[in-house]
Design a protein around this ligand. Sequence first.
Ligand code: ZN
Length: 335
Amino acid sequence: MTCNPSWREIVDELLPGQTAQDRPDLITRIFHAKFEEFKMDVVEKGALGKVIAYVYVIEFQKRGLPHVHMLLILDEIDKPKSPEQYDTFVRAEIPERDEEPRLYDVVLKHMIHNPCGEGRRNSSCMENGVCKRKFPKPFVVSTVQGKNSYPIYRRHGDRPPVPLHENSATFVDNGWVVPYNSWLPLKYDCHVNVEICSSIKSVKYLYKYVHKGVDRVSMEVRAGAEYNEIQQYVDARWVCAPEALWRIYQFPITRMCPSVDRLQLHLQNRQMVRFSTNQSIEDILQMPQNSRTMLTEFFKMNSLDPEARKYLCREFPQRYRWLTATKTWRKRMST
Ligand SMILES: [Zn+2]
């Protein structure tokens, strides 16, 4: 989901002469509010089905617009499993203007890949002369399960291209549509790409994507004519104004639910220990921290505290208690 700088809530608050880019505070707060509502709809109210787990990461383009990548895991009963069920969640076609006029406008406004390809080599998606997102997509008469990828969604090729907007010279067909769920862009009036993530490979890909880390930049600092070329290069972190404000407002940048901690699994007294080469084996064995691991303390916590025992049953409504328990447990571990 990507911030729409033309949202009424942003535009209405601009002072004369201002554009949305002049007001990273507005962009940040409105996007945060919209995303809170999105989570309420999708996670709490189950607009796409009952959600049993999710992870999301807020990101910022270099020049600033915030967007979010989110992975939802649905309850078994609500999971789409066949191409026919995929079609009820995700569409990748331009709706018929007469049948769904509002959706037609919204899809053309928010869900069309910026036309690229031959003659548009400067588009940001172009790499070595081809679109890295592989647009335009091929036409297919019905949705099929891709091999180790997202499904290949139905895109009819027998419909005439339509203008991108009133009086536009750019015409697009179903090959240029970014997959969407028809309810979300209608309600949120912004770009919301929805994909079915059905194979383990795409789950792993997405998981890696949501944790790829912060933007970085290599920059050069010069003072006068004399400078040391090597020392003057700085490996820096890139923070745009909306991201800085997101952090100043203390909005969460990522969240995983339920929270999962990976424990070192080992047999009794077979845990890994770290030591310096100058320490004696006796000393190493005497050190209390070497007899404790996250796993042994997890067992200990469960034997001492009846409250702790229920947190393995990570029922969805209990997630906050689970999070608090993890924090308490970490604190006890460190003391
Ligand atoms: Zn492209």
